[in-house]
Design a binder for this molecule. Structure first.
Ligand code: AR6
Length: 235
């Protein structure tokens, strides 16, 4: 019953400022959750759900399904889904679905904030962050891709080119963040994992024209690839 109660509390997974009060009352500091132990932590944005226009209901089902399957297979690993706004629709959907599935809310967290400022603004230590990339692995273009490349500086562009030229939908690539990068120095991010999700936006390359059978498979593969790559660098 205790588990169910915690899981049903929308703030029990929330690391955003508006929940600090509840967390204080509960006797645990939110920032503590990500700094108290030797857990490796991956922060990731919701892949494909903004510029790539993927359906949010379907995406939130896939996120909770792949997260739940992954967490039962690994130890000492924590995942943090991040979005910029407290009004984020995808965060609300995932929060509700994760609670319903009783996903451990100390190992799967939801955070409102900028993924490039998790330490300095959020007080979180996430050593790896994921990027919702484009197939050319190019900087800029808007969204979280532009923010991560901007925060990391040219060092990430060079390191990325050394690892891969392009990415196909459903795949990911790990790039070590050079120690000269501000993202490494300031935020403690040692790796960025670029992920390419399915694209439903007709104005972007490889549009799936609303083929959600293919789209859901690609999104599932994208998260599986991301988590697998994260696990491989976490031991
Ligand atoms: N911190 C945290 N989350 C963010 C941030 C940030 N700084 N910026 C955006 N988000 P999107 P996609 C959230 O559009 O749909 C790019 O131009 C955002 O609210 O970045 O996979 C690439 O080059 C949303 O929840 O990625 C590709 O061409 C999530 O990140 C294309 O967009 C993903 O939104 C990829 O589109």
């Amino acid at each position: 019953a205790k588990h169910e109660k915690e899981g049903d509390d929308p703030c029990s997974m929330e690391l955003g400022k508006e929940c600090n009060k509840q967390d204080e009352l509960r006797g645990k500091s939110v920032a503590d959750i990500c700094s108290q132990d030797d857990f490796h932590t991956l922060a990731f944005p919701s892949i494909s759900t903004s510029d790539f226009q993927f359906n949010h209901e379907k995406a939130s089902d896939i996120i909770t399904e792949v997260v739940a399957n992954f967490l039962i297979k690994v130890d000492n690993i924590r995942l943090v889904l991040v979005d910029l706004s407290h009004k984020s629709n995808i965060l609300s959907l995932v929060r509700a679905k994760a609670a319903k599935k009783h996903i451990d809310n100390k190992r799967f967290l939801i955070h409102v904030g900028d993924i490039t400022r998790l330490h300095t603004e959020g007080g979180l230590h996430c050593n790896v962050i994921a990027n919702a990339a484009n197939w050319r692995l190019k900087a800029g273009g808007g969204g979280v891709n532009a923010a991560i490349f901007k925060a990391a500086g040219e060092a990430l562009e060079i390191a990325t080119k050394q690892r891969a030229e392009t990415l196909s939908p459903g795949n990911s690539v790990v790039v070590p963040v050079p120690s000269t990068s501000p993202l490494h120095q300031r935020e403690g991010v040692t790796h960025v994992i670029h992920v390419l999700g399915p694209n439903m936006n007709p104005q972007r390359p490889n549009c799936l024209n609303d083929d959600y059978v293919q789209g859901c498979n690609i999104l599932r593969n994208a998260y599986s690839s991301l988590f697998k790559n994260f696990a491989s660098i976490s031991h």
